[in-house]
Write a protein that binds this ligand. Structure first.
Ligand code: FHN
Length: 421
């Protein structure tokens, strides 16, 4: 997507050095759930009998659906199966520590009760309720940080919102008017009516200078000083860095940051997309991101009735079962100080290095090069089975043959050592 290109480079590293006073929970959380849910979920990737693939939430743009027709989709959006407690409990079972859901995506439809527009779930749909209220309460009850995604610039429904070129002339738009009349008042509603928010997740910035972006942040910040703002607020600002979609940095990165992936090939629900990542893939993705020092926020796309796809539920629960046993090596860990190896990756805590073994060497002898500290004990994380090892100069060789019978996508071995690295 063009609007976002180059944004990662634009994020000002120095702003991460300033460190938001509430950044700690985020740095320790490691695993977040992203949810794309809107009118596009009801369309499920099909418009006028034609199937679209890729980003289901972009269908209005892909099919160039006029606002007048898109508005009517709301009349048949009735997510009667939505159950906030089930969604929040799934997140809890999956080992998720924070949830970010689309309050308004580029389509311009508000999934919350907004007084700013009647193009919202309470006024324009037969559902008539505000699902965000229930979800905020259900997540909070389970100790999960709750946050909103808000597309602050792209709004294809509004004549002055960014990037609807099929209904409106982009060159005639007054973005400032759109910000003043919709984006800012709606963000104020979100920051006022849903209790403490962990995160406000912005996306695809545009139409504002750095000074205007700073003023925009300042105006919102006073409502909830503890909320973290994502770097996609634009102009190098924000409280932590978001990488590009489906991107993991190749080496460890300082500061607070997040990798963002979706579970299949789309963010919003597409009925004909079955390309779900297995729990095996999710677990390795999670340990890979943690080994570079970041968080993984994994997206699911519920359908228009409010059901989370079967495979998302299945694989998230399996991931949660792995985290139940191995979470010690992920939550509140820092980047591993041994770089990625042919067998896997590492994460760390003071005095402990966690070896995440993805591919066990055939002879069981696992080489950890560059390990100069004095090793005091080596054991499997799940059952504390002690493993023998050899230290030869700065090479550590762990005998992992005892783990052969274990079948898990990521076998975690703990190396305890003395001295600092
Ligand atoms: O254009 C959006 C896209 O639809 C989706 O919301 C992703 C999620 O990170 N963000 C934008 C593209 O980067």
């Amino acid at each position: 997507c063009v609007a976002q290109q180059g944004m990662e480079e634009m994020w000002d590293q120095s702003s991460s050095a300033k460190q938001h006073s509430n950044i700690r929970w985020f740095r320790e959380a490691k695993f977040g759930l992203f949810i794309h849910w809107g009118l596009y979920s009801r369309l499920a990737g099909t418009w006028d009998g034609k199937n679209y693939y890729g980003s289901g939430e972009w269908i209005m743009n892909q099919a160039k659906i006029p606002v007048s027709r898109y508005r009517k989709v709301a009349e048949s959006f009735n997510p009667v199966n939505f159950n906030a407690d089930e969604w929040a409990q799934l997140a809890k079972d999956a080992g998720i520590k924070y949830m970010v859901i689309t309050a308004k995506h580029h389509e311009g439809f508000s999934m919350f009760d907004s007084k700013v527009t009647d193009f919202d779930i309470v006024d324009a749909t037969p559902y008539k309720k505000d699902p965000m209220k229930a979800l905020a309460a259900a997540t909070r009850k389970r100790g999960i940080q709750f946050g909103f995604y808000y597309s602050q610039f792209q709004d294809w429904y509004e004549p002055n919102g960014g990037r609807n070129t099929w209904d409106f002339d982009e060159s005639k738009k007054d973005y400032q008017q759109y910000y003043r009349q919709k984006a800012i008042p709606q963000l104020k509603e979100l920051l006022t009516n849903y209790g403490p928010l962990g995160i406000v997740w912005f996306d695809t910035p545009g139409g504002m200078t750095r000074e205007q972006t700073q003023a925009f942040i300042d105006e919102l910040r006073v409502l909830q000083p503890q909320s973290l703002f994502s770097s996609r607020v634009g102009q190098g600002l924000g409280d932590y860095k978001d990488f590009g979609d489906s991107e993991v940095p190749p080496v460890p990165i300082e500061g607070a940051w997040e990798s963002i992936y979706t579970h299949n090939d789309s963010w919003g629900y597409i009925a004909h997309d079955m390309n779900f990542k297995s729990s095996h893939e999710i677990i390795r993705l999670l340990s890979n991101v943690a080994s570079k020092g970041g968080n993984l926020m994994l997206n699911v796309g519920p359908d228009g009735k409010g059901n989370i796809p079967y495979y998302s539920i299945k694989y998230l629960k399996e991931t949660g079962a792995w985290l139940q046993k191995n979470g010690e090596s992920i939550y509140a860990s820092t980047a591993g100080w041994i770089p990625a190896q042919p067998w896997g990756v590492t994460t760390a805590k003071p005095g402990r290095l966690f070896l995440h073994i993805w591919e066990q060497p055939g002879n069981g002898q696992l080489l950890v090069p560059g390990f100069a500290n004095r090793v005091t004990r080596v054991y499997a994380l799940t059952d504390k089975k002690v493993l023998s090892y050899n230290q030869n100069g700065s090479d550590l060789v762990v005998n992992t043959t005892a783990l052969r019978s274990e079948h898990t996508p990521d076998k975690v071995v703990v190396v305890e050592y003395s001295g600092t690295t």
